[in-house]
Design a protein around this ligand. Structure first.
Ligand SMILES: NC(=O)c1ccc[n+]([C@@H]2O[C@H](COP(=O)([O-])OP(=O)(O)OC[C@H]3O[C@@H](n4cnc5c(N)ncnc54)[C@H](O)[C@@H]3O)[C@@H](O)[C@H]2O)c1
Length: 315
């Protein structure tokens, strides 16, 4: 990775990934793009271009102009929003991906795009979900992610594009707010705990989902992209996870630091249905064995850091 183009770079992941990559590879070598301009440090502290990923010509032209050798494709509609706007999700998630893969093929770029635990469905084994297993998701987001995993494998075997990817669990972070996923509750709870000392969860008690703190997610992207390709038996969609918890466990952890904190439930049937169709926990052994995936943050360590950082941000 010497010159990297990032799509959807103002989202929850991109907002932190661009900053981290610029610190490693140099500010001028990370070209951030998004459909909007929010004036943040991603826009001001290095090259930034407006790019709608459904515009294939502009994507190709920008990648050629900056002579990039790597594309990190993040722009997508997330699970809860995709369920509300399925056709838009199909057009953006699949159209954007194929444009990015075509650009990578033509300009011989290395390629990263994230899949998700949303690529699994109700018939997938629920606990310690294996790397290679049944994938029959029942959401538009899941359909997009499975098709995307297969398409990335296809571009590797058919065209030799160096495609790599992970299945992210729910990501928890404090820089940018999440963009409409099913696991967003696990971020919102921290904001509400600090602001109002109470939180109403739209995900029901007893619902376990995999999660990861953003610093571990960023390291995973960089470690996988830098990994020795001869060691990779899988190319795309490695299961990775750092923890699995239900809302009550998260609330109990927050209560250790904010004793007055109270949580109640007002379950959203749409997001709960998505959550119930996903695994309770996934098995990251393939990622550990093939490129040394590891995570540093468990629930307790993440909660200390989230509360500390958010208190500063919100004060
Ligand atoms: N955040 C998570 O918990 C999570 C978990 C699993 C997988 N993922 C995957 O990671 C990727 C990035 O997720 P995120 O959380 O950063 O998403 P996000 O919703 O926070 O950000 C998406 C970004 O894409 C931009 N965008 C929307 N339409 C666009 C278009 N037509 N052209 C260009 N940009 C456009 C938005 O402006 C936004 O900045 C997605 O593929 C997502 O499915 C995320």
């Amino acid at each position: 990775m010497k010159k990297i183009l990032v799509t959807g770079s103002l989202g929850q992941i991109g907002s932190e990934l661009v900053t981290k990559m610029r610190s490693i590879y140099g500010s001028d070598n990370v070209i951030a793009t998004d459909i909007r301009d929010n004036g943040s440090n991603v826009v001001t502290e290095g090259p930034f271009e407006i790019l709608d990923v459904t515009d294939a010509t502009k994507m190709y032209d920008l990648a050629k102009k900056y002579e990039v050798d790597t594309i990190v494709h993040l722009a997508a509609l997330l699970s809860a929003t995709a369920e509300k706007k399925p056709l838009l999700a199909w057009n953006l998630n699949m159209g954007g991906l194929v444009n990015a893969l075509e650009t990578a093929r033509e300009l011989k770029c290395q390629f990263f795009t994230p899949s998700s635990i949303g690529a699994f469905g109700p018939s997938t084994p629920k606990d310690q979900t294996p790397q290679d297993t049944i994938q029959r998701p029942t959401t538009m987001y899941g359909v997009n992610k499975v098709a995307g995993e297969l398409l990335c494998d296809y571009y590797f075997t058919k065209f030799g594009v160096d495609t790599r990817g992970v299945r992210f669990p729910g990501l928890i972070s404090y820089v940018a707010e999440p963009g409409g996923g099913t696991t967003d509750y696990a971020v919102e709870i921290y904001y509400e705990a600090i602001k109002n000392k109470r939180f109403t969860s739209y995900i029901d008690k007893g619902t376990y989902m995999d999660m990861m703190y953003m610093p571990d997610a960023l390291n995973a992207i960089i470690d996988l992209m830098e990994a020795d390709s001869t060691k990779l038996k899988h190319r795309n969609a490695f299961n990775i996870t750092a923890m699995s918890f239900e809302p009550e466990q998260l609330a109990a952890e927050i209560k250790k630091h904010i004793p007055e904190f109270e949580m109640s439930y007002d379950v959203d049937p749409a997001r709960q249905a998505i959550a119930k169709s996903w695994p309770n926990s996934i098995d990251p052994t393939a990622a550990q064995e093939e490129w040394g995936f590891k995570s540093e943050y468990d629930l307790a360590k993440m909660t200390v850091d989230m509360l500390e950082k958010l208190k500063i941000k919100l004060s």
